[in-house]
Structures are given as structure tokens and as C-alpha cells.
Write a protein that binds this ligand. Structure first.
Ligand SMILES: CC(C)(COP(=O)(O)OP(=O)(O)OC[C@H]1O[C@@H](n2cnc3c(N)ncnc32)[C@H](O)[C@@H]1OP(=O)(O)O)[C@@H](O)C(=O)NCCC(=O)NCCS
Length: 401
């Protein structure tokens, strides 16, 4: 238990579920039903969450859950995650969020987990707690009527028109193969799959119910939208384990010829635009951060991922919120890192939030340095760090939580 200006923090309990649901509905402006709340609570159990009280009133909540996250190199790492963070509108800006994060970090440290992740509703809050945006998602759209695949794009076939209820039986296993090699993707628990296939009308944005294409190595879940005189296919989720599955699924989606537009969210390095004769056809309509990451234990986190180049460097990490920074010698050989505290002088200085931003490989070191977030001894140090921290593929968030 923690005390902060008349506010008490404690673990939640099953008995708090209804109040937590109401607080969340008010905070996020949604109306969840009991079944939906139960699904959420079966993953993010109130018992594992942090409840903030004033007297006998619950005025804040933060859900937590330990997930398995794939980091660059395809390594699975157990990480802490936070979700459904809300403070009653009657109790904002009194430090309740700050207190809940402090408590969450204490618990994560006790569990010995090297990272904490979450998806943020606002971008200006979490840097102060040591988090940086660590996955970028690219919203795209293209006019399907002009989509021509270039001559080298394979046409391997293998796509089945699968009833959505039947897709529920095959899609999770394909996803699981995909997430094991995809940085940023997490193991997805059954209730999270139930939430996808519950396909609640209020999350359809005016579109039809979900349709599914399946392939032995991939799948696409999508819906149709009819908007006035226009029409569109919204790709809700496309996962491909192989380049052939990727091409086959995009070919099937591009053949839905009574619909003009195709809209999707892809990784910035997705080859989709270059499957076409005219890559400009695919327009970026938005870029958004999909995940925020904080290093809880710098050596444990830095040795958990792989690197793209050898490195011998001393890094000074500033962590004003938790004091878990310090000066570390980072040595990389053949992709594997060793990292330990050192008294040697630093070659590079950066904040722990910036380290969180570059950790999964979505953001380049040289870009962060150009934005005055990283100070290096010289350009050679920066170049070495920039090369090493890249990932073999851009990170993709497996499922939003
Ligand atoms: C976001 C929210 C949880 C903040 O809770 P809170 O108890 O008012 O936050 P705190 O008082 O602990 O503020 C902590 C720090 O964040 C800052 N902060 C809080 N909300 C902020 C905002 N919307 N924009 C910028 N800074 C913000 C505070 O100024 C404070 O800064 P400081 O400690 O450096 O002085 C609350 O406003 C809320 O429930 N919003 C609606 C739901 C939501 O967005 N949840 C977050 C999901 S990721």
C-alpha cells in the first residue's frame, strides 16, 4: 500500500470489477457491456491492477498484465504491460497517475521484468515516466481500380474464402507463428481472440461484419464500407509469415472489384507499395505511435535483443523518474550483447525514454541525435550505434491492449 495526499493505493479485487468498468467507460467515453468487461478482466485481472482510493471511493485504476513480447532478433521476453489507466475526472492533476506508475514500477521491479509497455491515448504525458514511442504504424489507402501488380510479384494462390467463425479456429495458430519472428508482436491470449471475433458493432465504424481470407501462411480479416457514393475495404488485420502469403493475400484483397478503395495499417517497411507497378498508388494517410516502451533494467533489456553490427561503447542513461539509469559498457559481437555498469567515461548520453524509443528498432539513433535527444562523442560513435540498433524488420504491434 502507498499513501499520496489522501489517496491510498492497493491491489484491485474481483469485487471492484463493476466500479472499474464504470470508471473506464467514463474516462474513455465508451459503453462496454458486461461480457466485454469480463473478457478484458480475464486478461487484465483487477487482482493484478492498481486501484486508487479516496476514503471508500475508487478514483483511479491501472490494469497490469505480464506479456511475452518479441524483440529484435526474434527473442521472446516477458514484459510488464499497463492498460486501461484512468483517473476520475473529479480527481485529475493531483498526482494519482504519477503515484500509480510509481507503484506499477515497484511491482515490475519486484517481478524482475526488464521492460514495461503500453499503448498511449496521449503523447505528451509518458516521457516524464521514462517511456518513449517505440512502434510506428502507417495508415495507408489505395485506389484498388488502378492497382496493377508488377511482373515480378508472385501469384502463388492458396487463399481460401473462409467463414469468419471457421477462421476463429485457424487464425490464432498462424498469428502465433508470425509473432514469434516479428519484433513488437506479443503472444495473444484466448480472450483477446474472443474480442476480435466478437466483432462488436460499435467497433465496426459503420462497416459490415468481419470477413476472412486464410492462407496456409497468413490471413486477412477485413470489412466493407459503403460511404455515400464511395466504397472501401478496410483491412482490419493482415498477418503473413511468408512473402508468398503476403502477395497472395494482397492479390485477393485487390480483386474485390466492386469496392474502390483499400485501407489498412502497415509497418513502415511493409513491401506493399512495391508490389505495384506504381508505388505512389499507396498513399500514407497517417502515422501513429502504436506502443510505448520503458526499460526497467538497462543491462537485462539491452542483452535481451540482437544487434545488426558489432559495438564497443559506454552509454550514460539518465532516468530521473526511477533512478535506474547509470553508465554502462555495451559490447556487441555477432549480434549478441554484454552490458554491465562501468566507471569509464561515457561515449554517448541519452534519456531512458529515448532508449525506449530506439529499443525495438522503429526509430533510428541518428534521427534522435539530430533531434537533440542523444549526445555522442563524435560522428563515428553515432554511426556505430545507429547501425547496431537497427532491427532486421520494423516492429509491429501484434494486438492492441
Ligand atoms: C491521463 C490521466 C490518467 C492523468 O491522470 P492524473 O492523475 O490527472 O495525472 P497526474 O496528476 O498524476 O499527472 C502526472 C503528470 O502528468 C502530467 N499530465 C497529466 N495529464 C496530462 C495531459 N493530458 N497532458 C499533458 N500532461 C499531463 C501532469 O501535469 C503531471 O506532470 P508533472 O508530475 O510532471 O508535474 C487522466 O487525465 C485520465 O484518466 N484521462 C482520461 C483517460 C486516459 O487518457 N488515460 C490514459 C490512457 S494511456
Amino acid at each position: 500500500m502507498t499513501e499520496t495526499s489522501g489517496i491510498t493505493l492497493r491491489s484491485g479485487s474481483a469485487a471492484d470489477a463493476e466500479v472499474i468498468r464504470l470508471l473506464g467507460d467514463i474516462g474513455f467515453g465508451i459503453a462496454t457491456d458486461r461480457a466485454e468487461a469480463e473478457r478484458t478482466h480475464s486478461v487484465f485481472a483487477p487482482e493484478n491492477g492498481i486501484v486508487a482510493h479516496e476514503g471508500d471511493r475508487i478514483v483511479g485504476y491501472a490494469a497490469t498484465y505480464t506479456q511475452t513480447l518479441t524483440v529484435p532478433g526474434g527473442h521472446p521476453v516477458e514484459v510488464s504491460s499497463i492498460a486501461n489507466v484512468v483517473v476520475a475526472p473529479t480527481h485529475r492533476r493531483r498526482g494519482i497517475l504519477r503515484a500509480m506508475y510509481t507503484e506499477q514500477h515497484r511491482r515490475t521491479e519486484e517481478l524482475g521484468l526488464p521492460l514495461t509497455i503500453f499503448t498511449a491515448s496521449q503523447g505528451g504525458i509518458y516521457g516524464r515516466f521514462g517511456y518513449g514511442p517505440s512502434i510506428t504504424e502507417q495508415h495507408i489507402g489505395f485506389d484498388r481500380r488502378f492497382a496493377q501488380f508488377h511482373s515480378g510479384t508472385p501469384d502463388p494462390g492458396g487463399v481460401e474464402l473462409t467463414a469468419t467463425t471457421a477462421a476463429r479456429g485457424v487464425v490464432p495458430a498462424i498469428y502465433d507463428r508470425w509473432r514469434r519472428v516479428q519484433p513488437g508482436a506479443q503472444l495473444r491470449p484466448e480472450p483477446a481472440w474472443d474480442a476480435v471475433f466478437a466483432d462488436l458493432p460499435r467497433y465496426r465504424g459503420g462497416g459490415t461484419e468481419l470477413f476472412a481470407f486464410t492462407h496456409p501462411d497468413g490471413y486477412a480479416l477485413y470489412r466493407y464500407h459503403r460511404r455515400g457514393s464511395g466504397s472501401a475495404i478496410e483491412v482490419v488485420e493482415l498477418r503473413a509469415v511468408t512473402p508468398d502469403a503476403h502477395a497472395a493475400l494482397w492479390r485477393a484483397l485487390s480483386a474485390l472489384e466492386l469496392f474502390d478503395r483499400v485501407e489498412a495499417v502497415i509497418a513502415p517497411d511493409d513491401p506493399l507499395p512495391h508490389l505495384f507497378t506504381d508505388p505512389r498508388l499507396v498513399r500514407t494517410t497517417g502515422l501513429r505511435d502504436a506502443l510505448w516502451t520503458r526499460l526497467m533494467d538497462v543491462p537485462a533489456a539491452l542483452t535481451a535483443r540482437s544487434y545488426q553490427a558489432d559495438l564497443d561503447i559506454v552509454v550514460a542513461v539518465d532516468d530521473p523518474f526511477r533512478g535506474a539509469g547509470g553508465t554502462f559498457a555495451l559490447r556487441v559481437r555477432d549480434g549478441h550483447a554484454e552490458c554491465a555498469p562501468t566507471t569509464r567515461a561515457a561515449d554517448v548520453e541519452l534519456g531512458i525514454d529515448v532508449l525506449g524509443s530506439v529499443y525495438l528498432g522503429a526509430h533510428r539513433i541518428r534521427r534522435m541525435a539530430a533531434a537533440h535527444h542523444i549526445r555522442a562523442k563524435g560522428p563515428a560513435v553515432l554511426r556505430a550505434l545507429d547501425l547496431a540498433f537497427q532491427s532486421d524488420r520494423d516492429p509491429v504491434l501484434g494486438w492492441a491492449f
